[in-house]
Every structure is written in structure tokens, then in C-alpha cells.
Design a protein around this ligand. Structure first.
Ligand SMILES: Cc1cc2nc3c(=O)[nH]c(=O)nc-3n(C[C@H](O)[C@H](O)[C@H](O)COP(=O)(O)O)c2cc1C
Length: 261
């Protein structure tokens, strides 16, 4: 059983890349990929427990708060949280801290995975894709150093951003509306990668084409990883470049647990 555990959710690889880079510095780490039907949620054996998650609609990706609620952590464990975002941090870490109090937290700006909203190159502050990746790697090292030093925040929990909380309250409705806009073109070869990648098991392949069920969390893996760029959401995504973190493979995203020695 690993000394460190990091719970990670990652749609397009940014968070998994950050989690792997932190884990390489910490050593002996189990990265547990958060998804529907997680099995490994009792981590009382771990001395350090971390979270690396993206900001979605101002908060935690849909459905993840109920996963966090089921996690059991040793009360003496050192806990930390990291949120990745492209414009603002939102309340994901606040939501986690309601269920697993955090000793330390930080944030990492990276490229936007929200392809129906904007191109992946839009970030605040503005920077090139190469600079964003370098920044993310540097931040992961700095965060790992803080974790190894046992750094603790002065505040009891991350601050609540009221505007982001309002946005997040409307997020399930927006996500539902966007789901209706998913479509697949004739370029689809029925490879099934979209179904394999879906963390909600929400995609079925019928007559060689994907069909989406109702429980989409808008991670957009299906669209971003389609090898034929055959999946779109609305009319705008077809004209935008797909985004996938270059250091993370599609296969890694389907893993339940990744161990870093
Ligand atoms: C559906 C969706 C909603 C998002 N909402 C926000 C947001 O509210 N604020 C923000 O700054 N970034 C937002 N993002 C951008 C992601 O937080 C950012 O790209 C993150 O690095 C993605 O990590 P991942 O590749 O591990 O999924 C959103 C991305 C997606 C896919």
C-alpha cells in the first residue's frame, strides 16, 4: 500500500500530468482516477492524501463531490488539494474541503479543455501553449516541495468565491443543454475510443456510432480524443483544434490506478 495517494480527475490530461509530476517528486504514490463506480475509496493506509482536479463551471466536475464524500482518510494524514483552471480557480477545493479537510492547497493555470466555449490557447494570464506546459511542470515541482515540507495554510479552508458558487449552481443545467448538442459526423469509424474513455460509462456504440446517455459530466474526452475529429458540440467546435495534454495517453485516462514508484 502506497505511502501517498492522489485522487485525480482529468478530462484532457492536464490534471493527470500535474498529478504524475507531483507523484514523481513524492515517490511511492497511488494515483486513483476518479470516475463512476470508484472502488478504492478507503485510503486510511495513506500518510499523505491529495486531490488534483479541474475547475468545471466554477466548481468540481459534475458528480465528483459525491465521490469525495465517500472517501475515508486517516485523520492524522496530511491532505492537499490542487485545482487546474484556465481563467479562474472556482470553488472545487472548497467543495472537497467540506468532506476532506485540507492542510494545504494550490492552483495551476493551464490550457482550456472547454472547446465549445473557447480555443484551448485562451488562458488568464495569456501565455503560449509551451509556456503553459512549462508553468504547469514548475508548479507541480513547487507544490510537491511544499507537500514534502508539510506546509500548512493559515486559513482553515479555501475561501468561497460567491460568483463562482452562483455559476456552479447553474452548471448542471448548462451541461444538460450542451449534451443535446453533441453529434457525430460520417467521418466516425466506430473505433469506440469515445465509449472507452467516458468516465461515466455514458456512451454506447450503436450501429457503429456513439450514442450519449443522460449522465454526461462534460469532461469532453469523447470530443477531444476522437482520432477522426468526428464528434462536435454545436457548430463551433469543428473549427477549433482539439486539446489533449501531450504527456498523457488515452490509455492512462482509462486506468483506475496508476502507481508511481
Ligand atoms: C466543461 C468544462 C468547464 C470548464 N470550466 C472552467 C471554469 O469554470 N473556469 C476555468 O477557469 N476553467 C474551466 N475549464 C477549463 C479547465 O479547468 C482546464 O482546462 C483544466 O486544465 C482541464 O484539466 P483536464 O485536462 O485535466 O481535464 C473548464 C473545462 C471544461 C471541459
Amino acid at each position: 500500500m502506497a505511502y501517498n495517494v492522489i485522487f485525480c480527475f482529468s478530462g484532457t490530461g492536464n490534471c493527470l500530468d500535474i498529478a504524475k509530476n507531483i507523484a514523481k517528486e513524492l515517490g511511492d504514490t497511488d494515483i486513483i482516477m476518479m470516475k463512476k463506480n470508484n472502488e478504492n475509496l478507503d485510503v486510511r493506509y495513506a500518510h499523505r492524501v491529495g486531490f488534483v482536479v479541474p475547475c468545471h463551471g466554477g466548481g468540481l466536475p459534475l458528480g465528483l463531490e459525491s465521490v469525495v464524500r465517500q472517501i475515508t482518510v486517516n485523520p492524522t494524514a496530511y491532505t492537499f488539494g490542487v485545482v487546474s483552471y484556465c481563467g479562474y480557480k472556482g470553488n472545487a477545493l472548497k467543495q472537497i474541503s467540506k468532506h476532506v479537510p485540507l492542510c494545504y492547497w494550490n492552483s495551476v493555470v493551464h490550457q482550456s479543455a472547454c472547446i465549445w466555449l473557447m480555443p484551448h490557447t485562451v488562458m488568464v494570464p495569456p501565455m503560449s501553449p509551451e509556456a503553459a506546459q512549462l508553468h504547469s511542470e514548475k508548479m507541480a515541482k513547487a507544490i510537491a516541495a511544499d507537500v514534502l515540507a508539510g506546509k500548512r495554510m493559515k486559513k482553515e479552508s479555501p475561501a468561497l468565491n460567491v460568483l463562482n458558487a452562483v455559476e456552479n449552481a447553474g452548471w448542471p443545467m448548462i451541461a444538460k443543454a450542451k449534451l443535446k448538442e453533441f453529434k457525430v459526423s460520417d467521418e466516425c469509424i466506430g473505433c469506440g475510443l469515445c465509449a472507452r474513455l467516458c468516465p461515466q460509462e455514458n456512451i454506447r456504440i450503436e450501429d457503429g456510432k456513439p450514442q450519449w446517455g443522460p449522465s454526461c459530466m462534460q469532461c469532453l474526452r469523447c470530443l477531444q480524443y476522437c482520432p477522426k475529429n468526428a464528434i462536435s458540440c454545436g457548430n463551433i467546435t469543428k473549427n477549433r483544434e482539439q486539446w489533449r495534454n501531450p504527456n498523457v495517453s488515452a490509455d492512462e485516462l482509462t486506468e483506475s490506478l496508476i502507481h508511481i514508484e
